[in-house]
Design a protein. Structure first.
Length: 319
């Protein structure tokens, strides 16, 4: 109980201590295995690693332990489904999309079991559809992504889950944008904008503003694009998902590049680079490194340009 209370208060260190102590005590009482308290502790430890440090590898490790210890015939079944879908989320954040897809399929297989179906909340089903859409989009399988996104929209509308509806419409907009269909993209971005006032989740807003700004830049609407970029940078600055903030900074840097404001762009990309390196965001670091090459070239810093060109080559080899 203390661990959960401190978790809700975002007292991460105290919460971690209580969950770790509980795990040690549970080792002495094997008769409590069916309580699934061990898995519940690992679930919370994974969430703490995510929210306090955005340590995806640690979150994934704790989550896997929670799944391994879980007894499906025991108590706290909701933690099992949380662990399963969170595994997919962490894998997708790590750009391990094939593994993430398999994790979502595993989750769906479990919830389709007659014995457990009624333990699933509507939000979990909508999240599953959103994860399918996101992962298929990442894999370039846009038709499959749209199918799951529209299924999610239907569920979100029925259950009045506006945060998820906003997220799904944003995802659909990004898919149509990737397909080069700007008119359809604008339609679904507008659907999302229409319910912006009802959204309580800042990271969903930041993700939306970042993606919308990219389309506005493509259309040459620089002033409007900058407004949304600034919003995204501001509201994502304290979010545990550092990739959202870094991507907002990347868009800001690109905006300055398009305006031929190379020193301003350099400053922004350097800030983004520091965060990306700190949190091992390899995909974002590669984008930032390419942009820094561009900056140094225009600023006629030949040594830095050579250094970052070499770094970009190495990052390309790794990824």
């Amino acid at each position: 109980m203390y661990g959960v209370c401190y978790y809700k208060q975002k007292e991460w260190d105290l919460s971690t201590d209580y969950f770790q102590s509980t795990l040690q005590l549970l080792e002495e009482y094997p008769e409590l295995a069916s309580s699934n308290l061990t898995s519940a502790c690992y679930n919370y430890l994974a969430l703490i690693a995510y929210h306090s440090e955005y340590n995806l590898n640690q979150s994934l490790s704790y989550t896997q332990k929670g799944i391994e210890f879980f007894r499906v015939d025991g108590e706290r079944l909701s933690h099992y489904f949380t662990l399963l879908i969170n595994k997919a989320i962490y894998l997708e954040r790590l750009n391990l999309n094939e593994n993430a897809l398999q994790a979502v399929k595993d989750f769906e297989q479990k919830i389709n079991s007659v014995d457990v179906f009624y333990n699933i909340e509507s939000s979990a089903l909508i999240l599953m559809k959103n994860m399918y859409a996101t992962i298929y989009k990442n894999l370039g399988l846009f038709e499959e992504a749209l199918t799951h996104a529209f299924d999610g929209v239907k569920l979100a509308r029925i259950h009045r889950q506006y945060d998820y509806l906003f997220s799904l419409w944003t995802t659909i907009g990004t898919i149509y944008y990737a397909l080069g269909n700007l008119e359809e993209a604008k339609t679904y971005y507008q659907h999302a904008l229409d319910i912006e006032h009802a959204i309580t989740n800042n990271k969903k807003l930041a993700f939306y503003y970042t993606n919308l700004s990219e389309m506005l830049m493509k259309e040459g609407k620089w002033k409007k694009a900058k407004e949304f970029i600034d919003k995204s940078v501001a509201i994502s600055s304290n979010d545990p998902r550092k990739d959202i903030h870094v991507n907002a900074l990347i868009k800001l840097g690109k905006w300055h590049l398009q305006q031929q404001q190379y020193q301003e762009a350099l400053n922004v990309f350097q800030s983004a680079e520091k965060i990306a390196q700190q949190h091992h965001l390899q995909k974002e670091e590669k984008i930032i490194t390419a942009a820094l090459c561009n900056c140094y070239e225009h600023l006629n810093d030949k040594q830095k340009f050579l250094d970052y060109t070499t770094k970009l080559y190495r990052l390309t080899e790794i990824t």
